[in-house]
Design a protein around this ligand. Structure first.
Ligand code: SAM
Length: 322
């Protein structure tokens, strides 16, 4: 959500945050975020003597007992029984010591890197509790076993996954080109036992957990393929939906998706886009690639899924292929 914020060099971040708490000006429900060499701290009213801006911020997870004990809402996400404190949260150890008192939290870590590399994974530093990275997470009635240090996963896409599942009909054929541990595939397969889901991923660890999650959720309608989506999608045809959740490089894989989708089928394409040009440039690029593949695309829907970084958004374009 959009909020006024203070723009401050990172080195002054903690001092300023404390000052803003004293002044009662910090917005405790929004997540502080980095912007190059600066930090953007959301505020609820103007404060003199600082550079002020306006930005989109992520809403924070609320845990009243943690908030009461700390006096502020920590920037973190909870995956199963593991609390992951944001990479840029400066009071991480203090937060961890409070969070670990919650009986549902067994481990507290802090992200020590951004999500990087082909497999989209990140590093963590242990702060409190059991030294483990594997957990069982529940979402939309499904169960997922996963290792936060070996596979990509975020609970922040739960609503988006349900939005896609709601567009499927029983009997549909779905290709999930970048399936990870299966949060799209498992949800769809469970909701529609008559659907046929083909789930692809290149990360062997993601495939290991995907297999486990198919078993955990007692699914008989998921075919798992390990390897590069460009190769694994060859030979697949007549898909009603193709899900392309590889936001930094999805365009490179469009040709394969055009080959697999049936006439009238829908591709759900994720990307990271700058706020100045959220959809237009990307749509042109998709149309251009469609022309090369001798197909035609019709835009059904475009939407912001969530803020990703300063001025950047995770977006989704749903388009029909004819
Ligand atoms: N859809 C899952 C989710 O929502 O949690 C995972 C999305 S994650 C952003 C992208 C996934 O694509 C990762 O699991 C990564 O291993 C996989 N990946 C990256 N490059 C790939 C490729 N060339 N072929 C198949 N999978 C790939």
């Amino acid at each position: 959500m959009e909020s006024l914020c203070i723009i401050i060099p990172k080195k002054d971040g903690e001092k300023t945050r404390q000052k803003l708490i004293e002044l009662g000006a910090i917005d405790k429900n929004l997540k502080i975020k980095p912007d190059g060499e600066n930090l953007l701290i959301p505020i609820i009213r103007q404060v003199e003597g600082y550079d002020i801006g306006k930005e989109d911020f992520e809403i924070l997870i609320k845990d009243e007992s943690v908030v009461d004990a700390l006096g502020f809402t920590p920037a973190c996400e909870i995956v199963g029984d593991i609390a992951i404190i944001d990479q840029y949260e400066s009071d991480a150890q203090q937060i961890a010591d409070v969070m670990i008192r919650n009986k549902k939290i067994k481990t507290v870590v802090q992200a020590a890197s951004a999500v990087t590399g082909e497999y989209r994974i990140r590093e963590f530093t242990f702060l409190a509790g059991e030294k483990k990275t594997e957990t069982l997470y529940r979402e939309n009635g499904c169960r997922y076993l996963l290792d936060i240090s070996r596979v990509y996963f975020t609970p922040r896409l739960a609503t988006e996954r349900m939005r896609i599942a709601d567009q499927v009909k029983d009997g549909d054929r779905i290709v999930d080109m970048f399936a990870g541990v299966g949060p799209f595939s498992v949800l769809i397969a469970k909701k529609f036992p008559g659907a046929q889901v083909i789930a692809i991923d290149k990360n062997p660890d993601a495939i290991k957990y995907l297999r486990e999650n198919v078993r955990l959720n007692k699914l008989k309608n998921v075919e798992i393929r390990e390897g590069d989506a460009r190769e694994e999608i060859k030979g697949i045809s007549n898909a009603d939906h193709v899900i392309m959740n590889l936001p930094h490089s999805g365009l490179e894989f469009l040709e394969g998706a055009f080959g697999a989708i049936k006439k009238g089928g829908v591709i759900h394409f994720y990307a990271i886009a700058h706020e100045d040009e959220l959809f237009e440039g990307l749509l042109k690029e998709i149309e251009e690639r469609a022309r090369h593949a001798n197909v035609h695309v019709i835009l059904l829907n475009n939407r912001i899924v969530r803020p990703y970084a300063p001025y950047q958004y995770n977006i989704c374009i749903d388009f029909q292929v004819t």
